[in-house]
Design a protein around this ligand. Structure first.
Ligand code: FES
Length: 154
């Protein structure tokens, strides 16, 4: 038996450089592939056109501020509590130039701050430049308290 049995073999300079270069290449590959894979992966949740279930945080914001804007793919949806009709959902994209609208509970209107467009709580245009009403969606509160918005015509 030799004296070197059981002792670690020293790493040569060549082997050390191979490890460093290999780790660098793996890091570079990960930084290139990760954004590509993120881009190709479908959006989480129901996806565009499918039903939206409000998260606990969104439901809390709805309770506190009387409205919340949620996203489904590239769509924005305004969910709000209409004192007369209950839970409602409209497209949050102004039909004029696409700004995000907001619910003004004190005035019972949906308002676009970009050019002072005003909509009724059913989405019809009351005043301002918007050419068309906001799309309406079906919003429901389930027995367990969760809120579901069905996209598409209601
Ligand atoms: Fe909303 Fe012009 S973008 S009124």
């Amino acid at each position: 038996m030799s004296d070197q049995a059981g002792t670690a073999k020293p790493v040569s300079r060549r082997r050390f450089l191979d490890i460093i270069v290999g780790a660098g290449l793996l890091g570079w590959l990960a930084t290139v592939l990760y954004p590509v894979l993120r881009y190709l992966k479908p959006l989480s949740g129901a996806g565009p056109g499918g039903p939206i279930k409000l998260s606990a945080d969104e439901a809390t914001r709805l309770e506190r501020e009387h409205y919340v804007i949620v996203r489904s793919g590239t769509s924005r949806v305004l969910v709000f509590e209409d004192p007369a009709q209950g839970l409602r959902a409209l497209s949050a994209k102004c039909t004029h130039e696409g700004c995000t609208v907001q619910y003004l509970p004190g005035e019972s209107i949906v308002w676009c701050a970009c050019h002072n467009g005003r909509y009724g709580l059913d989405g019809r245009v009351l005043a301002g430049p918007p050419p068309r009403p906001l799309a309406q969606y079906d919003a429901q509160r389930d027995a367990d308290g969760s809120i579901l918005v069905k996209l598409g015509k209601s």
